[in-house]
Design a protein around this ligand. Structure first.
Ligand code: C2E
Ligand code: MG
Ligand code: MG
Length: 446
């Protein structure tokens, strides 16, 4: 008996080792190849894209040389864990060489999806890696290629991502680039997102889109959320998930945030009086100390009533909420604006954020709404959040309502407010005004 068990165990171990990297436990190249073929085959049957991200640690060799192989190995293990924490469940992270990693991102709709992942991965390396008594700062370079846009098959996709990685490395590392078709243009011009974003903000090239917030009972529009847009002349629409953190990093968030707040208030003044505007506030803005004055100024200049302005703050921005944030919140409440806790439940949620901070609203993260039909636990969680809302006298908005069954379920549960593509996509102001004009009559003249 025990012999058989030993043989089984040895077989299982061998099978595991055939597909995994023993150091990090990530997939190895064999498994990566199989996975990539699978994911590409699946995407050919839908219109989703596949992202291939090659990641290389900058200066890993020095760490190895300076601190020895034991430290080097530990660094690779920590790096692997951090990367794994930033991908979705359907994605594959593999180690393909010494300090080379490869991520297959399945089922993305837009190149932005891959850029957002690259940003997240880069951010995963911002904190130093602690090994024993050492704090090692390391950055990463990422090359991206998309199937079917940048390659016709697996091998070409790998090659394209590798070319992109090479371009990042050559320009000094610590960033990401997508494979660029050479078609006559100089090959792989480095995308200096920081420089370009700074230019775009200074020129006023960014815009706002407005997505309706609707009443839970009748779906009537009760407000619009302002969402920042950067339409890049060559790269298309770049997600705010990507450029807001960059704006924070390059110290442009105050300028951008002021513009967003003032524009949103000025636009909203023209809407019917029962329609509010929601503006997202980033963590750097919260900690800035000048936010309160900025809000006052935006209200003063536009003439918008404070109760028609809602500020959305993500849970993650409250981590380790400092005194300055607490003071900012009280001052904002004194002005009379509304405060919403954005993406509730998605991150490191803590009930203490609703307990300590004077929020008026909770926005349920769309991950719970999207899994409503398939996961009974999501239903239970949404019910529980609605109950908290009732008990604490907070309104609740469900985000990401995409289909009729979700709408019906949320209505049935008595969710006070809904938002999502089914009720309306983010649209430019002109579209919003057109709809408002048709349905309710606008205050201003156009
Ligand atoms: P958020 O505040 O949670 O905004 C909602 C995001 O979900 C928007 O993405 C919106 O387009 C998307 N969305 C809405 N309904 C649906 C749906 O039914 N299905 C799906 N799949 N998605 C839906 P967007 O515009 O890409 O913004 C992403 C995030 O970037 C926002 O998340 C917000 O945190 C941040 N952001 C956007 N604009 C600003 C801004 O002006 N300032 C700051 N600080 N952050 C902003
Ligand atoms: Mg929001
Ligand atoms: Mg949200």
């Amino acid at each position: 008996m025990s012999d058989v068990t030993n043989i089984r165990e040895a077989e299982a171990r061998a099978a595991y080792l055939a597909e995994h990297d023993p150091l990090t436990g990530l997939s190895n190249r064999n498994r990566l190849t199989v996975k990539l073929a699978e994911v590409i085959a699946a995407s050919s049957r839908s219109d989703a894209k596949v992202g291939l991200l090659l990641l290389d640690l900058d200066g890993f060799k020095q760490v190895n040389d300076q601190h020895g192989h034991v430290a080097g190995d530990e660094l690779l293990r920590v790096a692997a864990r951090r990367m794994s924490g930033h991908v979705r469940s359907g994605d594959t992270v593999a180690r393909t060489g010494g300090d080379e990693f490869c991520i297959i991102q399945a089922g993305i709709q837009q190149p932005n999806g891959a850029f957002a992942l690259a940003e997240r991965l880069l951010r995963a390396f911002e904190k130093p890696i602690v090994i024993g008594k050492m704090r090692i700062f390391i950055s990463a370079s990422i090359g991206i290629a998309l199937y079917p846009d940048d390659a016709a098959g697996e091998e070409e996709l790998y090659h394209s991502a590798d070319m992109a990685l090479y371009a990042v490395k050559r320009s000094g590392g610590g960033g990401y680039l997508r494979f660029d078709h050479p078609a006559g243009k100089p090959a792989w011009p480095q995308w200096d997102i920081e420089k370009e974003l700074r230019g775009a903000i200074l020129r006023g090239d960014l815009s706002l889109a407005y997505q309706p917030l609707c009443g839970g009972v009748d779906s009537a529009v009760v407000g619009y959320e302002a969402l920042a847009r950067w339409n890049h002349p060559e790269r298309g629409e770049i997600s705010p998930d990507v450029f807001i953190p960059v704006a924070e990093r390059i110290g442009m968030i105050r300028k951008l945030g002021t513009w967003i707040l003032e524009t949103a208030c000025r636009d909203a003044v023209m809407w019917p009086e029962n329609v509010r505007v929601s503006v997202n506030i980033s963590s750097a803005q919260l900690e800035d100390g000048r936010l309160v004055e900025m809000v006052r100024q935006a209200l003063r200049v536009s003439g918008l009533a404070p109760e028609r302005l809602e500020l959305e703050i993500k849970e993650s921005a409250l981590i380790g909420a400092t005194e300055i944030i607490t003071e900012t919140f009280s001052a904002l409440k004194r002005i009379g604006v509304l405060l919403a806790l954005d993406d509730f439940g998605a991150g490191t949620s803590s009930m203490s954020s609703i307990q300590r901070m004077p929020f008026d609203r909770i926005k349920i993260d769309r991950s719970f709404v999207s899994s409503l039909a398939s996961d009974a636990r999501s239903v239970a969680i949404i019910r529980a959040i609605l109950a908290i809302g009732r008990e604490l006298n907070l309104s609740v908005t469900a985000e990401g309502v995409e289909d009729e069954s979700q709408l019906v379920a949320l209505r049935h549960m008595g969710c006070p407010e809904l938002q999502g593509f089914l009720l309306g996509r983010p649209e430019p102001l002109s579209k919003v005004n057109e709809i408002a004009k048709l349905t309710q009559g606008l205050k201003g003249t156009f």
